[in-house]
Design a protein around this ligand. Sequence first.
Ligand SMILES: [Cu+2]
Length: 279
Amino acid sequence: MPEPTLHFRKAVAAWAVLSVIGVLAIVLLLGPHMPPGRGSVEASQQTTTNILISSIMLPIAFAVWIFFGLALATFRQRGEQIVDGPPIVGNARIQASWIAGTTLIVLFLAAFGTYSLLDSAKGASGGGQGADPLVTPSGKALQVQVIGQQWAWTFRYPDNGGFETTHLMLPVGRLVELHVTSLDVIHSFWAYELGVKADAVPGSDNVAYVTAQKTETFSIRCAEVCGLWHGYMSTHGEVVSDTAFATWLQSEKSAMALATHGLPHYSPVYYPDPPRRAG
Ligand SMILES: [Cu+2]
């Protein structure tokens, strides 16, 4: 029977080879298909994070599986007699590398997460003037209001007379400020390909930023169980070129003119009219 050390060296070599192949496969083959894709700046950041985390996870998973196999092969009970293994009193090298390895991984992810968070906040406030992106509208961003209600999504464009439509149309390459709210219960606006998910809460103006990177049709779903027809609350939006967007704005604005006249004024939140009393 070969020495356990020899087994261990072979296992480490196998782990190293498998890890290199696996990480390359994740980055090159799986990476382009990782959710949510590269439809927007925000989605792209999430996709990069998914690729990074998977690339860190795979060597750890391989280490666990290979050590499991090694332990089964090396330390299994041989023969009839059941005996205890020799007592282990500690191994300075394994303990030190375990502490160093886990510390490095955790600190690296903490630094990466903090950097990403600060970076996306900077992008959302329109160039990082130190403004809180959640309370200060940038002024440069296109404002679109997303309204959830049982069981449909509607969208208002306050910069263009505040018309309301069932179509969400966005221009490519422009910062969009989505103001998500609800008329009844809590919904969740989820534009999968754009990497945007924001709660739609009645009486609350929830702001989410998105910059679409390519023209495409994207799916819109409700991601919060909101009643009987929750699953029916799905539709599609479209990212189009700047000129197509301008044309659409004009035609939609005039097509909706009559309906806009009967709408309540644009407001960050809407409350139902007080109930009328009999008499
Ligand atoms: Cu809903």
